[in-house]
Design a protein. Structure first.
Length: 430
C-alpha cells in the first residue's frame, strides 16, 4: 500500500503549475457524451477521479482517445447502453453527472448510487427533484438510480439547498429539453460556470451561470467542440496554504486569481503577503501566523474543500481560532490525526475551536479523505521529524503528482511502498 513519507522543516519555495479543475472536468467529461460529434477537451487533470469517469463513459460505448496526458477526444456516437455500473464508478460522487447527461440525451439512465468522500450524509434529493420537474420518473432499483422520461420539458426549479452537483445535473438534463428551464438558488462555483460554458460551445443556450438564477433554453441537438478546462481552485489553494504553513514563498501559476479571492483574503488576514498578477498568485509567509475565524460557504464564500487546509494552518497560529463548517456535517474527522501530531483542537458539532501550538511533530497517520489527506501532508511538511501518511489513494483522487510538485518546491516527501523504503527515507533525510 502506497504511503507518503514526509520530513518537515523545509520552507516551500518556488513556482508551481496548477492543473485543470477536477470538479469541472467531471461535469465536462459527462457532458461530452451528449453529442455524437467529437469533443476535444484539454487541461483534464490526470487524477484517479477523472480517469474513473473516462473509463465509465468508455464502458457504455463512448470513444475516448487520449491525445496526450491532459487532452482527450471523446465521442458519444457509439453509446450502446445507458447503464453505468462498475465498482470504480461507485467510488466517485460525480458519477451522478452521467444520470443527467444520459437522461438529457437518451431520456434514459441507470447509474449506481454515488459514493465519494466520506464527509457526511450526502443526499441527492435536489438532483432528483430537478429530474422529476423536467418530466422524468426516478426510482432506485438494485442499488441503481433509474431515471426515464418519454420527453423532457423545461421547468422552473427552486433548489432548497445550494448544490453544485444538482445545479450541474439539472443543466445537463435540461440542455436539450423542450422549452426553457430556470434554476433558482443555483450554485455559483467556477466549475458550474465552466460546465455551462462548455455546453454553450456545444450549441447549448445557458445564461446566468455564476449567478443564482440560471436560464437554459433547450437546444435541438449539441455538436462537437474544442474546450480547455479552467484551473483548479482547490489545488491552487492547497499550495497557497502549504506556503503559509512552511513559512515559504510560493507562486501558484496558471490560475484565475478571482477564483482564489476568499482564500487569498484569509491568508492576508493571518499575516501572509499575497501578490496577484494576471494568472498567478504569490504567497509569502514570514514569522508566526495569526489566528482568525472562518466559516465555509458556497462560492464566493470560503470553500468547504479548503476547510482542512486552513484548519491545519490555524493549528500553528498564535491564539485561538474558530472554524465553522456549514456545508457538510461531518468534515472534521481528520482532526484526530492532526491531534496525533500535537494540534490542540476541540470539535463541537460543526465547529472546531483551535488553540494554536508552536509546532507539530511527525507521527504515523492516515488520510481520511481527499482534501483532509492533502491538508495532513502540508501539516507534515511543517512538522518536526518524519510523518508517514497512509491511504494516499484518497489524495491521488484529486491531486496530480502531488508529491512531485511539493518536491519541486523543496519539500522532503516521497511516495513509499514498504517499511524498508520508509527507513531509507529516514536515513536519507537525517
Ligand atoms: C461538490 C464538489 C465537492 C465540494 C462540494 C461543495 C464535485 C464532484 N464535488 O460536491 O468537492 O465539497 O461541491 O462545494 O464537484 N445536498 C442536499 N441534497 C442534494 C445535494 C446536496 O441536501 O440533492 C447538500 C449536501 O449534503 C451538502 C450541500 O447540499 O450539505 C452542498 O452539496 P453539493 O454542493 O451538492 O456538493 P457536491 O456537488 O456533492
Amino acid at each position: 500500500m502506497e504511503q507518503y513519507a514526509v520530513k518537515g522543516g523545509n520552507p516551500l519555495v518556488g513556482e508551481v503549475e496548477i492543473g485543470g479543475a477536477k470538479n469541472a472536468a467531471l461535469g465536462i467529461l459527462a457532458a461530452a457524451i451528449m453529442t455524437d460529434d467529437t469533443c476535444t477537451i484539454d487541461n483534464i487533470p490526470d487524477v484517479r477521479d477523472t480517469n474513473v469517469m473516462l473509463q465509465a463513459i468508455e464502458s457504455i460505448g463512448s470513444t475516448v482517445v487520449r491525445k496526450d496526458r491532459h487532452t482527450c477526444e471523446i465521442s458519444g456516437k457509439n453509446i450502446i447502453d445507458q447503464t453505468i455500473d462498475n465498482d470504480y464508478i461507485k467510488k466517485i460522487r460525480a458519477s451522478y453527472y452521467l444520470l443527467g447527461a444520459l437522461l438529457g440525451k437518451y431520456k434514459k439512465a441507470r447509474v449506481s448510487l454515488p459514493g465519494g468522500c466520506n464527509i457526511g450524509l450526502r443526499p441527492i434529493d435536489q438532483h432528483i427533484k430537478g429530474f422529476k420537474a423536467l418530466g422524468a420518473t426516478v426510482r432506485i432499483e438494485h442499488g441503481m438510480i433509474v431515471a426515464e422520461a418519454d420527453k423532457l420539458t423545461g421547468a422552473h426549479i427552486y433548489l432548497d439547498v445550494v448544490s453544485v452537483g444538482a445545479t450541474i445535473n439539472i443543466m445537463l438534463a435540461s440542455v436539450m429539453a423542450e422549452g426553457t428551464t430556470i434554476i433558482e438558488n443555483a450554485a455559483k462555483e467556477p466549475h458550474v460556470v465552466d460546465v455551462a460554458n462548455f455546453l454553450n460551445t456545444m450549441g447549448g443556450s445557458i445564461k446566468g451561470a455564476g449567478t443564482d438564477v440560471i436560464r437554459i433554453k433547450g437546444a435541438r441537438s449539441l455538436h462537437g467542440t474544442n474546450y480547455t478546462i479552467i484551473p483548479d481552485q482547490i489545488e491552487a489553494g492547497t499550495f497557497m496554504f502549504a506556503a503559509a504553513l512552511t513559512r515559504g514563498d510560493v507562486t501558484v501559476k496558471n490560475v484565475i486569481p478571482k477564483h482564489l479571492e476568499s482564500i487569498s483574503a484569509k491568508l492576508s488576514e493571518i499575516g501572509c503577503q499575497v501578490e496577484e498578477s494576471d494568472d498567478a498568485v504569490r504567497v509569502v509567509a514570514t514569522g508566526q501566523l495569526n489566528h482568525t475565524h472562518v466559516k465555509t460557504l458556497p462560492y464566493p464564500g470560503f470553500p468547504t474543500d479548503m476547510q482542512p487546509q486552513i484548519t491545519v494552518a490555524l493549528g500553528l497560529s498564535k491564539g485561538t481560532s474558530i472554524v465553522t463548517e456549514s456545508i457538510f456535517e461531518n468534515r472534521f474527522k481528520y482532526v484526530d490525526e492532526l491531534t496525533r501530531m500535537g494540534a490542540s483542537i476541540k470539535v463541537e458539532g460543526n465547529t472546531a475551536i483551535i488553540d494554536g501550538v508552536n509546532k507539530y511533530t511527525g507521527a504515523s497517520i492516515s488520510a481520511p479523505d481527499l482534501r483532509a489527506g492533502a491538508a495532513l501532508v502540508i501539516a507534515a511538511l511543517a512538522a518536526d521529524g518524519v510523518t508517514v501518511i497512509d491511504d494516499v489513494r484518497y489524495i491521488q483522487r484529486g491531486y496530480e503528482d502531488f508529491h512531485l510538485k511539493l518536491q519541486s518546491l523543496g519539500g522532503l516527501i516521497e511516495l513509499v511502498d514498504s517499511e524498508k523504503e520508509i527507513q531509507k527515507f529516514r536515513l536519507k533525510t537525517g
